[in-house]
Write a protein that binds this ligand. Structure first.
Ligand SMILES: Nc1nc2c(ncn2[C@@H]2O[C@H](COP(=O)(O)OP(=O)(O)OP(=O)(O)O)[C@@H](O)[C@H]2O)c(=O)[nH]1
Ligand SMILES: [Mg+2]
Length: 243
């Protein structure tokens, strides 16, 4: 029997994209479940999803005191209840078409499949350079811990087996970075060292509609995920930026 799959989508004020995303996924993958993990958006996201009346699509309104992109994704994975989970942003920077190839990789028997951006320059030079430097840094950190590195640690497009990762998440809940953005780093850091990992290349696009929520805290939280030296870097970064 083919594996069941839930697409977990973190959202905050995505009313301009949310219906298009739900409809596109439904068009491409009639059997997948869709879970929007919404951090109390102040726009009409909830009404729009309710209005779709799709039994396989739901919007979960999260507790306000637990707000966080990573926390939303981690909760979604735990609550998915299917064989596989996949995560994708709601702004079409990740192409929903890539999910099909990732699903095939999961069916072939891998534990984790990572969407790897093949055109990271589209982010602009500064973000490309930052992303590259972080990748090298986190790879070294993961290797030091005896864990598998990743070709694109900053990727938010990932798929995994729930039977592998739900225990990883629930058993390490207190050590996970909830306010951060880089869930993949924690899944690799706390996951088994012999994970079977596949990559799928994809073209990273510009945000379709609406506003970006990224800010310099992403740098801090990612450093915070990387042990004592990472926390030290985070302090230095805060001092430099006067935060
Ligand atoms: N649940 C939840 N989702 C969030 C939060 N902040 C952002 N998101 C969602 O996470 C996804 C990625 O956020 P973006 O603002 O696009 O961040 P980004 O892609 O790193 O940055 P850009 O490249 O500038 O778009 C989107 O689907 C957002 O709606 C949050 O605090 N909680
Ligand atoms: Mg985005």
């Amino acid at each position: 029997m083919p594996g069941t799959c839930t697409i977990v989508i973190p959202t905050y004020n995505e009313e301009k994209n949310i219906v298009n995303m739900a409809k596109r996924i439904r068009e491409l993958y009639p059997n997948f479940y869709i879970m929007f993990m919404d951090d109390n958006s102040t726009d009409t996201s909830k009404e729009l999803i309710d209005g779709l009346n799709d039994p396989r699509t739901k919007l979960v309104t999260r507790k306000p005191e637990e707000r966080g992109l990573a926390a939303s994704v981690l909760q979604g994975i735990v609550e998915a209840g299917t064989d596989y989970f996949m995560t994708i942003d709601c702004d079409f920077q990740h192409p929903p078409e890539a999910l099909g190839e990732m699903y095939e990789k999961m069916e072939e028997g891998c534990d984790l499949c990572v969407g790897v951006r093949k055109d990271r320059f589209a982010l602009g030079f500064v973000r490309w350079a930052g992303s590259w430097a972080f990748n090298v840094y986190t790879d070294l950190y993961l290797l030091y811990r005896g864990k598998r590195p990743s070709a694109d640690i900053m990727s938010g497009l990932i798929a995994g087996r729930t039977d592998v990762f739900v225990p990883v998440i629930t058993e390490n809940w207190d050590g996970l970075e909830m306010k951060g953005w880089k869930v993949l780093l924690d899944l690799l850091k706390f996951g088994p060292s012999d994970l079977r990992i596949s990559n799928v290349m994809y073209r990273f696009a510009k945000r379709a509609e609406g506003e970006s929520h990224i800010n310099s805290r992403v740098v801090l939280t990612t450093f915070d995920q990387c042990g004592r030296f990472g926390k030290f870097c985070s302090k230095v970064y805060k001092k430099i930026r006067g935060m």
